[in-house]
Design a protein around this ligand. Structure first.
Ligand code: GUN
Length: 167
């Protein structure tokens, strides 16, 4: 049976600051200038990037946000629940997976600027997905949530935020 360790080893996945393990699989050669990005980004960015991303029951993805919309694709393992909070505080959750009759979806787009976290459903499991963004990923566009600050912004979601932050 395929394990998380097999996938981490096979694709040389590395720990991600938000939790889980990742490896960049694509970074376009082309660049978009910062002026063409209307000043929303701190510099030029590649057209697009993509990663492999693996979560385990022990390693959730903590609340974070990026500027870009992020397209998640399900590949293997157990379904993954994505929790997101919009800038105006609206909570939504979806399950990324292949049990389409149960309402799971193989692909989901997290809108840019939303705070989001993700967890594998069940114990002792892993979920293996892809995440693609355009403009391309840059850690300058990535913010890991501080639980105190995020709870201050969204007090109604205190329990959820505590569950899915580490700092
Ligand atoms: N590259 C490094 N980290 C990330 C991430 O969280 N998402 C995407 N799409 N690319 C990354």
């Amino acid at each position: 049976m395929l394990t998380a360790k097999d996938i981490i080893g096979k694709f040389d996945l590395q720990p991600h600051p938000e939790g889980g393990f990742y490896k960049e699989t694509y970074r376009s050669a082309g660049q978009i200038s910062s002026s063409a990005l209307d000043g929303y980004y701190s510099g030029s960015r590649n057209y697009a990037t993509s990663i492999y991303f693996l979560l385990t029951s022990e390693a959730f993805s903590a609340f974070h946000r990026i500027k870009q919309d992020e397209i998640w694709h399900f590949y293997e393992g157990n379904p993954i629940c994505i929790h997101s909070i919009s800038p105006s505080g609206i909570y939504s959750k979806i399950i990324l997976g292949m049990a389409i009759k149960k309402g799971e979806v193989p692909q989901y787009v997290v809108p840019g600027g939303h705070w989001f976290a993700a967890e594998v459903i069940g114990n002792g499991n892993f979920g293996f997905v892809g995440c693609t963004v355009s403009p391309g990923f840059d850690f300058a566009d990535f913010e890991l949530a501080d639980s105190t600050n995020l709870i201050q912004l969204f007090p109604a979601h205190q329990l959820l935020i505590k569950q899915f932050t580490r700092v």
